[in-house]
Write a protein of this length. Structure first.
Length: 367
């Protein structure tokens, strides 16, 4: 299933630079002027996973397929976008199509790089983008409520239920808070899914910090401010330097190791961004491992074994008999899947089994 994250933020915060580093494509133009990106650029990136790498190493399959996330570089937003300023509705429409938002926030000072507001202020920058999403959502909710008036008056149960949910969202938006603060449960979110509310989407903040502070982001006052903003919204904030990540993306694996060691880093900051983005979407990973192929599969956290089988093929879900499950931790502990199974770590699970992150599975089925 497609996992799509939209990279958003004000103009000139480093979105396209980070997108290029993420995808190693360098297809997105990155220049020092607003609206350098107009049409969204799209790139597919494998999710870094040491478990997958280990399984490939010990099994030595003919092919291997990791889980991937699709990143979309969306044009910079400005104040007034909900009323058509900048790229306005076009920008907002692009965001509606993604599953989650990666909000890039400038946390560095540079006189040579224009700031659309004239000063670097992570809190202010976040609020500008957030307010435009809230205003656009308020308009969407108001229109839907107006369309439900007649049905609600007639006592239509579904309309009454929808109105109750939307009125809660409307009150939250009117208070200047994102729809995600309305406290909707999973079922309520599903009922208004077609509205594709912008401020209901999960958000990960990316602080683009000064390259001199990449090994010690806690020393950046701007990033500290962003961490506080993220905490208030129940979100995560990841520090990285767009300049450094861009340089890393053009190195060989050996050069990358040396460069990271010099910087005092264990891995590129983008690796964490990719993993956090995957987690943000509410997915976990299970594996199938054989001589022909080792493959990582993404499923929604809480999925049953038959549902997981269905991601491989609908026939496997339809004819599901049982799942033969070996936890990855056991595979790593004993060295191979076979040795882990010989040590009694293999479990036979039925239709009610809830899949766990890292399960190495073989599905038995009959159709």
């Amino acid at each position: 299933m497609p996992l799509q994250c939209g990279i958003v933020g004000l103009p000139n915060v480093g979105k396209s630079t980070i997108f290029n580093a993420l995808t190693k494509s360098y297809s997105a133009e990155a220049q020092n002027y607003p609206f350098c990106t107009i049409d969204p650029n799209v790139g597919v990136v494998a999710v870094p996973d040491v478990r997958f790498d280990y399984l490939v190493k010990i099994v030595e399959p003919k092919s291997s397929v990791p889980v991937a996330v699709e990143f979309v570089d969306i044009a910079g937003l400005v104040k007034g976008a909900s009323q058509g300023e900048g790229l306005g509705n076009k920008f907002l429409d692009h965001i509606r199509k993604v599953n989650a938002i990666l909000h890039v926030v400038r946390c560095f000072g540079d006189e040579n790089v224009t700031h659309v507001s004239g000063r670097v202020s992570p809190k202010s920058d976040v609020e500008i983008v957030e307010l435009e999403l809230i205003l656009a959502d308020a308009e969407q909710v108001e229109k839907r409520l107006q369309n439900l008036v007649k049905k609600k008056k007639s006592g239509d149960k579904e309309a009454l239920l929808l109105c109750g949910i939307l009125e809660r969202v409307q009150t939250t938006l009117a208070a200047g808070k994102p729809a995600s603060a309305a406290g909707l449960n999973a079922d309520e979110k599903e009922l208004i899914k077609d509205l594709a509310l912008l401020s209901l989407k999960p958000v990960l903040f990316i602080g683009n910090i000064d390259e001199s502070l990449i090994a010690t982001p806690e020393k950046s006052p701007e990033f500290a401010e962003l961490l506080q903003v993220a905490a208030e919204r129940g979100a995560e904030a990841v520090p990285l330097s767009g300049k450094i990540e861009s340089e890393i993306g053009q190195l060989t694996p050996e050069e990358e190791k040396e460069f990271l060691a010099e910087l005092g880093l264990k891995e590129p900051g983008l690796n964490r961004v990719i993993r956090e983005a995957y987690k943000l979407l509410g997915y976990i990973t299970f594996f199938t491992a054989g001589e022909v192929e080792v493959r990582a599969w993404n499923i929604v956290n809480g999925s049953t074994a038959p549902q997981a089988a269905g991601t491989i093929h609908s026939d496997i879900e339809r004819g599901f008999i049982r799942a033969e499950v070996t936890p990855y931790a056991a595979v790593h502990e004993f060295g191979t899947q076979k040795k882990a199974q010989e040590a009694g770590k293999l479990r036979l699970e039925g239709k009610e089994y809830i899949m766990q992150d890292g399960d190495v599975v073989y599905f038995r089925f009959n159709v």
